[in-house]
Design a protein. Structure first.
Length: 632
C-alpha cells in the first residue's frame, strides 16, 4: 500500500515531468527570459501547486487501489487549478519565467494524463489487469474457475455492485448476466456484463444458465425483492426449491468495520421476502448525528436493542453502553460488538430498570449523550396475567431512566413504543401508553434540558416472538400453521429498517426544541396474517408438500385486536418526512412521576384484576381527561 509521502513524491515527479514536457512542446526558444534558474523555480512552483491543491481535501488519504471515476475527475480539477495558479503567479510575480500560452495548455494535459495513468495502473496491478491495461491482448480471466452469478435489481444498484466485484478474484463469483426489473435495457450491458432480461422471465433465465446442472450457480439480489416489479409471488419460492443459491447484499449495520473494506453477500432471508418495499433513507445524517457520541441502549440484549447497538457502532459512536437484566443476551451482544467494531469503546451493564438507584448510578458513571430506552416487557398474553410486572417494568422503569437522564444532563432520551399503545385493549399496550405519558410530562416540565421523544412502530419481522419463526417451525413439523383469526392484520417491518428509522426519528427529535412529539414509522400497508402464513408455506414447505400443510384458526387470545393503529384519535399529524410521521400528542396525555408512584403503590396492594382495571382507567384518563374516582 502506498504511503502518503510516497504519493506526494510521485505527484511531484509527475508535475516536474509534465512541466518539462509542456515547455519543450510549446517553446522553441530554449529557456525563458529569466534563464534556467527562473525555469527551474517555475517548475518547483508548479509541483508545489499540484500537491497544495490536494492537501486541504485530504486527497492523499484516499486509496489509489480503489480509484474511481470521481477520483479521476478530481485529478482534472487539481491539474487545472494548479496550472491556472502557475499562470497567475508568472503573470503578476515572475514575468521573466512566463512561457507562451500553449505551454500552460500542454502542461495541464500532460499532468492530468500522467496522474490518471499512474493511479489507474495502481488499481490495475491490484486487480491483476495491468497487462490488459498496457496491451490490447486477451488476458486470463481473473474469475476463471469460479462459480457464476446473475445479478438482479435496478440498473443503479447493479452498477454499484459490479463496481465493487467485477474485477475481484477474492469475491468468489463471476458475473454471468444481469436481470433488471424491466425490459428497457434488454441485450445491452452494464460494465461489460450483458442484460439477460427482466424479472418476469427470471425462472427461464435461470433454466438457461444452469441447464440442469451448475450447483454453484447463484442469484444475487442487489435490490430488495419486494421493490422489484414483475417478480412473480411464487417465483422465489420455486427457485428456493432448486439447487440455486439465492443471496443478497448486507445492510450497513450488518457489516463489521473490516467488512466495509470488502464486499460481502449473505443468504436471502425470509424477512427480506415478506416485507414490503423498504424505506431508503440517507445514512449521512445518521453518521454526523451519532459519530463520536456516547450512546446508551437499555434492553440491549433484545431484538430492537441489539440492533440499535449494531447500528450505533456502525455509525461510529465513541462509546456504547449496553444495559440489560438478561445476562446471556447481554453477554452475546457485548461479544458481537467487541468482535465486529473493535474501535468502539463499550460497557456492558447488568442492571434492572425497575431499580431507580441502580439506573441513576449507571447513568451518573457513564454520562451518555443519547439514551435509547428499549427495555420493556412486550408479550401481550403474558402481561394480561402479570399486570404488576408490566407496571414496574414498562412504566416505573421508563420513569427511572427518564429521571436519571434529566438529572445528569443527557442530551436526548428516546422511548421505543408500540402501535399497541394506540387505543390499547391489553395491559402491555396500556402500560406502554402510560410510559409515553411519562415522557410527554418530562418534556413539558423542563423543555430544553433533556430532549425527550417517543418512536412508535408495529411488528418487526424476525424479532423475538414474531410470527415468522413460529410459522416456520410449524411448517417444518408438517403443520398445521395456527392463526388466531382469518381477518387479523398487522403492520410489519424488518428489524434493521425499523431501527434505522428510529435513528432518523432521533435526529429529527433533536431539532424539536423539547416540544412533546411522537414519531410514527411509516409501516406501509397492513399485512393479513393469513396471507403471510400462505406465503411462508409456499417458501418453506418441501417441494410438492405445500397442499399438505393446513392453516388452522384458533381464535383471538386475551388482549388481542384484529387491527392495530399507529395514530390515536386525539393526536394531530404535524408533518410527514421520508418514512416518518411527526404526531403531536393529545395535550392531556401526561403521566407525572406522582402518578407513577401512586400506580406502583396501588399495584403492591391490589389483585391482578383490580390493577388491570386501574391501568385501563388511567389510560382513559390521559386520553380523554376524564377524572377517575380514587380507588382505595
Amino acid at each position: 500500500m502506498l504511503t502518503i509521502s510516497t504519493k506526494l513524491l510521485i505527484d511531484v515527479l509527475i508535475a516536474l515531468v509534465a512541466f518539462t514536457g509542456g515547455w519543450f512542446l510549446a517553446s522553441s526558444d530554449g529557456w525563458p527570459a529569466g534563464g534556467a534558474v527562473a525555469w527551474a523555480l517555475n517548475a518547483l512552483i508548479f509541483a508545489g501547486l499540484i500537491v497544495a491543491v490536494q492537501l486541504p481535501a485530504r486527497v492523499y488519504r484516499h486509496s489509489w487501489r480503489y480509484v474511481s471515476p470521481p477520483d479521476l475527475l478530481r485529478i482534472v480539477q487539481v491539474a487545472l487549478f494548479a496550472t491556472l495558479g502557475l499562470a497567475l503567479i508568472d503573470y503578476f510575480l515572475l514575468p521573466s519565467a512566463m512561457g507562451p500560452g500553449e505551454f500552460y495548455g500542454f502542461t495541464w494535459m500532460l499532468a492530468t494524463g500522467s496522474m490518471m495513468l499512474v493511479r489507474t495502473a495502481v488499481r490495475a496491478v491490484r486487480e491483476q489487469r495491468l497487462t490488459e491495461l498496457l496491451l490490447p491482448l486477451p488476458v486470463k480471466d481473473v474469475h476463471e474457475g469460479l462459480p457464476r452469478m446473475v445479478l438482479i435489481g435496478n440498473p443503479a444498484d447493479v452498477d454499484a455492485t459490479l463496481r465493487e466485484v467485477v474485477d475481484r478474484q477474492d469475491f468468489g463469483y463471476v458475473p454471468a448476466g444481469i436481470v433488471l426489473d424491466d425490459d428497457s435495457m434488454m441485450g445491452q450491458g452494464i460494465r461489460g456484463v450483458r442484460v439477460l432480461g427482466s424479472t418476469r422471465v427470471l425462472e427461464s433465465i435461470v433454466d438457461a444458465q444452469t441447464d440442469g446442472g451448475d450447483s454453484g450457480f447463484a442469484l444475487v439480489f442487489t435490490t430488495p425483492p419486494a421493490s422489484l416489479t414483475g417478480l412473480d409471488r411464487g417465483a422465489i419460492a420455486r427457485l428456493r426449491k432448486r439447487d440455486v443459491r439465492i443471496l443478497t447484499l448486507p445492510r450497513t449495520a450488518e457489516l463489521s468495520e473490516s467488512d466495509h473494506r470488502r464486499f460481502r453477500l449473505r443468504k436471502l432471508r425470509l424477512e427480506d421476502l415478506l416485507s414490503r418495499a423498504p424505506v431508503n433513507l440517507p445514512l449521512d445524517p445518521l453518521r454526523s448525528g451519532f459519530r463520536n457520541r456516547r450512546v446508551m441502549v437499555t434492553g440491549a440484549g433484545g431484538t430492537i436493542g441489539s440492533e440499535l447497538c449494531r447500528q450505533a457502532a456502525a455509525l461510529g459512536c465513541s462509546e456504547l453502553i449496553m444495559l440489560d437484566l438478561a445476562e446471556t443476551p447481554l453477554f452475546d451482544i457485548d461479544r458481537e460488538i467487541s468482535e465486529r467494531f473493535t474501535s468502539v469503546k463499550r460497557r456492558a451493564l447488568l442492571r434492572d430498570i425497575r431499580d431507580g438507584r441502580a439506573i441513576r448510578e449507571a447513568i451518573s458513571a457513564t454520562r451518555p449523550e443519547v439514551i435509547f430506552h428499549a427495555a420493556a416487557l412486550k408479550h401481550v398474553s403474558l402481561m394480561e396475567d402479570h399486570p404488576r410486572q408490566a407496571v414496574e417494568t414498562n412504566v416505573l422503569g421508563t420513569a427511572n431512566v427518564a429521571k436519571a437522564a434529566r438529572e445528569f444532563g443527557v442530551s436526548q432520551m428516546v422511548l421505543i413504543s408500540t402501535d399497541k399503545a394506540v387505543e390499547p385493549v391489553n395491559i402491555m399496550g396500556a402500560a406502554k401508553r402510560l410510559a409515553e405519558g411519562v415522557i410527554h410530562k418530562m418534556a413539558e416540565d423542563e423543555p430544553g434540558s433533556t430532549r425527550f421523544g417517543v418512536v412508535r412502530f408495529g411488528n418487526v419481522l424476525g424479532s423475538n416472538g414474531s410470527v415468522v419463526p413460529i410459522f416456520r417451525s410449524q411448517i417444518e413439523s408438517g403443520g398445521p400453521v395456527t392463526i388466531t383469526h382469518p381477518d387479523m392484520e398487522r403492520y410489519f417491518m424488518t428489524v434493521p429498517e425499523a431501527v434505522q428509522l428510529v435513528l432518523h426519528a432521533t435526529i429529527e427529535a433533536a431539532k424539536n426544541g423539547g416540544e412533546p412529539a411522537v414519531y410514527v414509522l411509516d409501516m406501509g400497508e397492513p399485512v393479513k396474517i393469513m396471507d403471510m402464513a400462505q406465503r411462508l408455506i409456499e417458501l418453506c414447505a418441501p417441494a410438492g408438500k405445500e397442499s399438505d400443510i393446513e392453516i388452522e384458526t384458533i381464535g383471538l387470545r386475551p388482549g388481542e385486536k384484529l387491527r392495530e393503529d399507529l395514530v390515536d384519535e386525539g393526536e394531530a399529524l404535524l408533518s410527514v418526512l421520508d418514512g416518518l410521521q411527526k404526531v403531536k400528542p393529545n395535550p392531556n396525555s401526561r403521566f407525572s412521576l406522582k402518578d407513577v408512584e401512586a400506580l406502583v403503590a396501588y399495584s403492591k396492594s391490589k389483585s391482578s384484576v383490580e390493577l388491570s382495571d386501574r391501568i385501563h382507567a388511567e389510560v382513559r384518563r390521559i386520553r380523554t381527561n376524564s377524572e377517575i374516582s380514587k380507588q382505595q
